[in-house]
Each structure stands twice: as structure tokens, then as C-alpha cells.
Design a protein around this ligand. Structure first.
Ligand SMILES: [Zn+2]
Length: 433
């Protein structure tokens, strides 16, 4: 009987004394190995038993049943140094009163299931599961140190019923981090953690003041560019207002048709097919207001085609001057936005390369892909899944080659691996176009 039990647990250093099945799972009574030497002074053979009690340790579930190990925890007293000690236990994580194999199992499971589920299957409480997950995530964070980007993107992502702040490397098209919210304090704290913050030259963002305040405070040397797509989207919103305003003048049938045709109106003029152009001209021909709003939307997009700041300044001023009569109210929000973010909008025309957050869509796809069954997961789990279970974009620094002597040989670095730069989560597999 005893031999059979010993093999059952696969913990060879422990003696299994007894086993019993109860309603709450399987219980084993086990005896840890006796210490060889005193853990205080190291003297061998002078330790004597000094009292004992049973302490419950959790172990891996077996056949879907929770497992509790009742470990006979002994105290010893040393005749050499007079101190008492409790020997450390092989294969156990003493802080959490569980086996190492259970600890590793929880680390893995917490990435793939809600905390409550992992807690339920193992018999641990949720707090313990969360704690183990947190430690693992911290370890992964320390392991994956992302390079500081030259062009930093700050954007938002709607995830698990809230807007989250996301940080990206615009040049490498990678994801660097997600924050639980978009509050200024949190953004400031995160930006402060960026190593070598002076390396950030440009920050692209949507028109969200807390982001701007945070960057001005923490990265004062960096230039801020407002993200083009967030601005031009507002021109579409204005056009939508005109379209909806027409509803009272239409029959029910026309109303439905116009609603179906809204996508054509929101398209750029150069993306419209001949067939779509006919449909659109039917509407704009019947409603001059719609035509002038459509043209004004297109003119706003064209501002972004300017090749320098001076032209863009002029085009914008003209665009504001020439708002179609009777549409002041409709374009009001956009006019206000471009005046509040004037400098940041104009900086777009002064950077070496066009800077936009255009690839944010691929982050949406990554979020969906990683959190398909998102309910029940905490933000930390979703974040860790997105950051640490996806391929990272890495570039190894090859040894420089001398044009005179061939490959440089530096004996001290020979045994070291090539220095590797990690630019963050590679989003290229999540692009569609
Ligand atoms: Zn001792």
C-alpha cells in the first residue's frame, strides 16, 4: 500500500503516509525528508525533532479533482547552536503553500483563463492566482525591454468596455504598451518610465488634452503631431450632420436609400467608382447643401497634401473662411479642434516623414485575436497576452566589419550573444492591406 502511494504523487523525496477522498477532493498525508544538517549553523547530525503539525499545501488537480497535501511540518532544534529551525521543503513554494508544479501550472493557466476559473479548478483563492500572474507578468516585463522609439504614438483602444491608452513605435510599427486608462497621471507615470526619454523626437497623438499635457511635461523636447486620421474623421462627422439634417425633406424610401449610400459620401473623391459617382451625383444634384458639404470635406482632406507648413497654413485659413453659407454650426467642432491643436496639426508638415497612427487598426485586430472570449479576463491579463504572447520585432546588432581588416575580432565579446534590440510587438501579421 505504502509503495503504491509513494509513486502516486511523483514527489520522490516525500513519504506518502495516507490518502483519502473527500467531497472537496483528494487528501494526502505526507512526510517531508529529515534535514541532514542544521540550517542555521550547518552542523550535521545534531538536529532533533522539536514538535510538528500538519500544514495544507495545494497540488495539481488530478482527474479534475482538487488535491491537498497535508504536510507534516516539523521543527528541529540543533544541539550545536541551540537554535530551532523548520527545514526548507523540496518541490514546494512555501510562500504560497503549494507545490512548484502547481505554481507553474497557475502561471500558465492564468494567461489563458479568467482568475476565477483557475481559482476554482485548483482550490486556490483568486487573490493568490492574481498574485502569481502578476509576478509572472513582472518577470516578462523585465525580460522584454523595448527600445525607446524615435517616433512615439499615443492612441486609444476600446477594450473591455473602456478606452485604454496605447503606446506604439511608429517607425517600427510595433506595440509597446497598454495602460488601463487615459488619465493624465497614469500617462505621465508611464512616460516617465521610458528609458532615455530624450531619444523620443516626435509624438503623434489624437486630440486628447491629457496626452498633450503629459508629453509636454515629461518629454518637453519632443515635437507633438496630431494624428491626421483623428482630425479628418471630424470632417466626415460634419458631412454626416448635413446628411441627417436632410431627413425631414425626404420620403421614407429616399431616407432609407440615402442611409445606404452614406458610405459613398464618406469616401474620398478619388476612391469613388463611376457607378458610385452616379449615385452620389443624384443626391448632391438634388441637395446643393450636401454637395457643398461634400466638397468642403474633400477640401479639408486636401490640406494634408500640402508639402510645407506655409502652404498648409494658407490652405487651412482659406478653408475656414470659405465654409459654405449656413453651415457654420455643422463645421464648428472641427474649426474649434484645428484651432486648439493648430501647432500640432502644422507640425505634421515639418517632420521628415509623414507621421500618422494609421496602423492602429492592426492593434484592434491583435486585441480581438488575443481576447476573443474576453469576458472575465482582467485588463492585466489582456495586456500581458497582447504584449508577451505575440512575436516581437527584434534586430540583432551584427559585429561591424572593418573595411581594412575584415570582421572585427574582439575576444572579450566572443562568448556573448549578439546584442539584440527588441522593438516591441510586431504588428505586421495583423495588417490587412
Ligand atoms: Zn545549529
Amino acid at each position: 500500500m505504502s509503495h503504491f502511494l509513494d509513486n502516486v504523487l511523483h514527489l520522490p523525496e516525500y513519504q506518502v503516509l495516507n490518502a483519502v477522498e473527500k467531497e472537496d477532493g483528494l487528501h494526502f498525508h505526507i512526510d517531508p525528508p529529515a534535514p541532514i544538517a542544521c540550517e542555521e549553523c550547518g552542523t550535521v547530525g545534531e538536529s532533533v525533532r522539536f514538535g510538528k503539525r500538519d500544514v495544507a499545501y495545494r497540488d495539481l488537480p488530478v482527474h479534475g479533482k482538487r488535491v491537498t497535501l497535508w504536510l507534516m511540518r516539523r521543527r528541529y532544534s540543533c544541539r550545536a547552536c541551540d537554535k530551532t529551525f523548520r527545514p526548507s521543503l523540496p518541490e514546494m513554494v512555501d510562500d504560497h503553500r503549494m507545490t512548484r508544479r502547481l505554481y507553474r501550472y497557475v502561471e500558465k493557466e492564468a494567461f489563458n483563463h479568467p482568475y476565477a476559473y483557475v481559482a476554482d479548478t485548483t482550490g486556490l483563492d483568486e487573490k493568490t492566482v492574481r498574485e502569481i500572474f502578476r509576478k509572472k507578468a513582472e518577470l516578462l516585463a523585465a525580460w522584454h525591454r523595448f527600445e525607446t522609439p524615435r517616433y512615439l504614438g499615443i492612441d486609444e483602444l476600446y477594450l473591455n468596455r473602456r478606452y485604454r491608452c496605447i503606446l506604439t513605435n511608429l517607425e517600427e510599427r510595433t506595440l509597446l504598451d497598454l495602460l488601463p486608462g487615459r488619465q493624465q497621471d497614469a500617462v505621465i507615470r508611464r512616460l516617465t518610465e521610458i528609458k532615455d526619454g530624450h531619444k523620443v523626437e516626435v509624438v503623434s497623438m489624437d486630440m486628447w488634452k491629457p496626452y498633450r499635457n503629459a508629453v509636454q511635461m515629461v518629454l518637453p523636447h519632443a515635437r507633438i503631431v496630431v494624428d491626421k486620421f483623428h482630425v479628418v474623421r471630424m470632417a466626415n462627422d460634419a458631412l454626416e450632420k448635413i446628411r441627417k439634417g436632410l431627413r425631414n425633406e425626404l420620403t421614407a424610401g429616399q431616407r432609407r436609400t440615402l442611409k445606404g449610400d452614406r458610405k459613398i459620401l464618406l469616401k474620398r473623391a478619388h476612391d469613388i467608382s463611376d457607378h458610385e459617382r452616379l449615385i452620389m451625383e443624384t443626391w448632391t444634384g438634388a441637395f446643393p447643401q450636401l454637395l457643398s458639404a461634400y466638397d468642403h470635406k474633400e477640401r479639408f482632406y486636401h490640406i494634408w497634401d500640402c508639402i510645407n507648413r506655409r502652404d498648409a497654413e494658407r490652405a487651412l485659413a482659406r478653408w475656414i473662411d470659405e465654409i459654405p453659407p449656413g453651415q457654420k454650426e455643422v463645421w464648428k467642432d472641427l474649426v474649434k479642434a484645428v484651432s486648439n491643436w493648430h501647432e500640432e496639426m502644422m507640425t505634421y508638415f515639418e517632420t521628415d516623414i509623414p507621421i500618422t497612427n494609421a496602423f492602429t487598426e492592426s492593434i484592434n485586430r491583435l486585441a480581438k485575436d488575443k481576447n476573443r472570449d474576453g469576458r472575465g479576463y482582467s485588463f492585466e491579463v489582456m495586456r500581458a497576452r497582447m504584449l508577451y504572447t505575440t512575436k516581437h520585432k527584434k534586430i540583432s546588432q551584427k559585429t561591424k566589419e572593418s573595411p581594412f581588416m575584415g570582421r572585427a575580432i574582439t575576444t572579450y565579446s566572443r562568448s556573448l550573444p549578439d546584442v539584440e534590440k527588441n522593438f516591441g510587438v510586431d504588428l505586421s501579421t495583423f495588417w490587412e492591406d
